[in-house]
Design a protein around this ligand. Structure first.
Ligand SMILES: *[C@@H]1O[C@H](CO)[C@@H](O)[C@H](O)[C@H]1NC(C)=O
Ligand SMILES: *[C@@H]1O[C@H](CO)[C@@H](O)[C@H](O)[C@H]1NC(C)=O
Length: 267
């Protein structure tokens, strides 16, 4: 009934050997068997332990790998999102450029338009630790909150420059800026155009004039302005006023408008 199909080949061979040696001491046979059993148990338990250890190591590796991956993904993710700033980078609106001569005229309406457009000057206040984690370059500490650093969204610098050029060309009361500043401003607008070339393909009717009413694919300026408003340095206008009052100098109050709080040209 019981065939010799024991799983342990070595054990089986020895039993067979025992059978042939009929005169052997039964007790020693038993102890031999026992020690063999013990050995095989020990061996298999060592193998089991090794497998278990391997499994634990593998698990630990997997978990730590997953954690590292997760952390990296979070770091990269937050770096990319910059609290929603990166989504503003997508060109998700379209517009036709309108004849905006009125925006450039020497008029109260135009002055108001520019005042509204420049508004905060794009000057924002960000948590310094957070900014560091995003990989931003260190910036000046906020005088009103030591945990914050001050930055400017650069398009406001370009807009400020464009308005400065407008004022020099059109306004009855041009800002008292010197030629160096004017040249800097013109060049800043040039750099901005080269940095963000508009790829709209504009048709022509007569091979000379290219139409003005083509639809352009644009970033959402209003969404960007909302973002800037949410992160604006609230005390900035007040800080500017205080600084101007401290300087007392007649030119000092006019030297730099809202858009350039640091007062140096970053060209
Ligand atoms: C464009 O994307 C920004 C960021 O996601 C969003 O705030 C804005 O509403 C979008 N604009 C349009 C017109 O979909
Ligand atoms: C303002 O600008 C003038 C020349 O443009 C300069 O001489 C003067 O030092 C400036 N004042 C301040 C406070 O920066």
């Amino acid at each position: 009934m019981f065939t010799s199909k024991t799983p342990d080949a070595e054990y089986k061979r020895l039993t067979e050997g025992d059978d042939s040696d009929a005169g052997e001491n039964v007790q020693s046979q038993t102890s031999k068997r026992l020690s063999l059993l013990e050995q095989s148990f020990r061996r298999s338990s060592i193998i089991h332990a090794s497998i278990l250890l391997l499994e634990v190591i593998l698990c630990a590796l997997l978990i730590s790998g997953f954690m590292v991956l997760n952390q990296t993904r979070r770091a990269v993710g937050s770096k990319i999102s910059l609290d929603g700033l990166s989504q503003l980078g997508s060109y998700n609106t379209s517009m036709k450029f309108q004849d905006g001569s009125k925006h450039m005229a020497d008029s109260h309406d135009a002055d108001n338009y520019w005042r509204d457009l420049l508004d905060s000057g794009g000057v924002i206040s960000l948590n310094t630790e957070w900014a560091r984690k995003q990989g931003l370059r260190p910036s000046a500490q906020s005088p009103t909150d030591p945990s914050q650093s001050i930055y400017q969204v650069d398009v406001f610098h370009a807009l400020h420059c464009l308005n400065a050029i407008r004022q020099n060309l059109m306004s009855e009361t041009p800002p008292p800026w010197d030629e160096t500043h004017m040249l800097h401003c013109l060049d800043y607008v040039r750099s901005q155009l080269l940095c963000h070339p508009d790829l709209t393909l504009v048709p022509t009717n007569d091979l000379e004039e290219f139409v003005l009413d083509e639809v352009h694919t644009c970033r959402d300026y209003n969404a960007m302005a909302d973002w800037v408003y949410r992160h604006r340095w609230v005390e900035f206008p007040e800080w500017l006023k205080t600084k101007a009052a401290k300087n007392k100098g007649h030119e000092a109050t006019h030297n730099h408008t809202m858009a350039e709080p640091s007062g140096h040209d970053h060209s």
